[in-house]
Design a protein around this ligand. Sequence first.
Ligand SMILES: [Zn+2]
Ligand SMILES: [Zn+2]
Length: 187
Amino acid sequence: MRSITKLELQYAHRFYKFQGEAQYLHGHTGVLKIEVEDDVTPQVNMVFPCNEIKKIAWDVLQNFDHALILREDDPLLPVILGVYEEQGIKDGHWLNTMKGVAFHTELATAYPDCRLVVTKESMTVEGMIRIVYDLLKDKLPIAKLTFKSGANKASQEYMPDTHFERCPLCGVKLDRDGKCPKCGYIG
Ligand SMILES: [Zn+2]
Ligand SMILES: [Zn+2]
């Protein structure tokens, strides 16, 4: 069975060198749908509580919210960092607190202090699905990802091969010691 959750990300990006209007800087509210698949936990009667999927995903995906997403070779990158530097916000601001956990993968690097994600390829909906899967595949048994941004939408199905031990009382993923991080159950 699948548990399904949705989250929204507001960001600015552009497709550097793309022949079309998307080569100009613009913004979207992107909608990401995450489907996880596993057995239903007895008693709890869920695969995963959806707010738990959201929390696990948001920890890292918050990096894309109120953020600028640019390709690594985009000449806008040094210009914007220069402006942020001059303004004194490149390395953070005391009100910039809703930050994700910094990450660095082959596909993207997040700089939460200046709300910037630098990507290897343009952040199309297809590109975003690859980035998200890479970030979450070890944290959730992902069966499908769907991402919509403006008129563009893409999806990809996966065969989740990881099984996560879940709490029989609240359904969240048990930590390595078999303890529930939410309700304290010890397996
Ligand atoms: Zn766009
Ligand atoms: Zn629990």
